[in-house]
Ligand binder design. Structure first.
Ligand SMILES: Cc1cc2nc3c(=O)[nH]c(=O)nc-3n(C[C@H](O)[C@H](O)[C@H](O)COP(=O)(O)O)c2cc1C
Length: 280
């Protein structure tokens, strides 16, 4: 892949979107979008949410004071809330405030958003200052998940159902679920079953495709010269060219030559969705 270098200014970074719920000093609740969110291990099967905030916003002051918060995952239908809380404090009177429901954590006394399909209740274990930003390392005390989510465990979640908003400087949603970790692992030569057969089938398809393409081109040229006397030759040539392209598209690249996975319906110049290798 050819890339170009740009200045290392703050730029696109693929981030999950959360609205962080805290209590203000007067006991009212506060919500603010935070997308500098990640996770890390905390030992013995426990893990922490890592959130980072810059400046001196209410949420940051509340988290420093109370050392607890809720992280409400934002799905696409919560975008109006995300945008609203990104510019307004919850307590401000505003007729443009979108409707939303508010609850309280099940384990921690933190405000939560009814609209969110996935909520973490977190405490703060540690804070690290870098410039004007503070990064909080936060043990997760409870996870609330939409009870309609069908999954075997908290890893087996179809994000296309959860429909999270991905922020990168622009909001995005997910298009489709592609698989789990390992599904795209490059197979070693030994691991790939019937590799010889796969490769010979692949080479045969490529040979047929290019053979037909070459014949089509030849006939097109001949037809071009003879067009006035016999246009049928030109038509046959053009038909063969298109036929071989279609053949290549639908059957020529049925197996990836690199990992042997079936990659039917992929076209020329595309990358294998299993191993990432270029097909042609
Ligand atoms: C999409 C989006 C993502 C944001 N991500 C962060 C973030 O990761 N860290 C941060 O400090 N502020 C972030 N902000 C800014 C805060 O949400 C914003 O300053 C908010 O108004 C703070 O509200 P508060 O003062 O009530 O806490 C983000 C805002 C938006 C709209």
């Amino acid at each position: 892949m050819k890339r170009r270098s740009v200045e290392p200014v703050y730029s696109m970074c693929v981030q999950p979107s959360f609205i962080i719920g805290t209590y203000n000093e007067d006991g009212t609740s506060n919500f603010a979008p935070i997308t500098w969110v990640s996770a890390t291990g905390a030992g013995s099967d426990k893990y922490m949410l890592v959130i980072s905030m810059f400046g001196s916003k209410r949420t940051k002051l509340n988290v420093i004071r109370d050392r607890k918060f809720s992280a409400n995952l934002v799905n696409t239908s919560m975008l109006p809330l995300m945008d609203y809380f990104g510019t307004k404090h919850k307590a401000e009177d505003d007729v443009t405030e979108p409707a939303y429901g508010e609850g309280v954590g099940e384990v921690l006394d933190v405000p939560t958003l009814d609209e969110s399909p996935w909520v973490y209740e977190c405490e703060v274990a540690e804070a690290v200052q870098t410039g004007e930003s503070t990064t909080f390392f936060c043990p997760i005390r409870n996870v609330q998940m939409d009870e309609n989510l069908i999954c075997e465990d908290t890893f087996d979640v179809d994000l296309t159902v959860l429909d999270p908003v991905i922020y990168s400087g622009r909001y995005h949603s997910l298009g489709k679920m592609l698989g789990k970790i390992g599904d795209f692992r490059m197979r070693s030569y030994e691991e790939t079953k019937d590799r010889k057969e796969i490769l010979s089938k692949f080479h045969r398809n490529v040979a047929i495709m290019y053979g037909v393409l070459a014949l089509g081109l030849l006939l097109s040229f001949i037809g071009g010269f003879m067009v006035l006397s016999n246009p049928a030759v030109l038509i046959a040539g053009v038909a063969l060219v298109f036929g071989s392209i279609l053949f290549g598209f639908f059957s020529g690249a049925v197996f990836c030559p690199l990992c042997g996975e079936i990659i039917s319906r992929q076209g020329f110049g595309e990358y294998c969705k299993h191993c990432g290798g270029k097909i042609f």
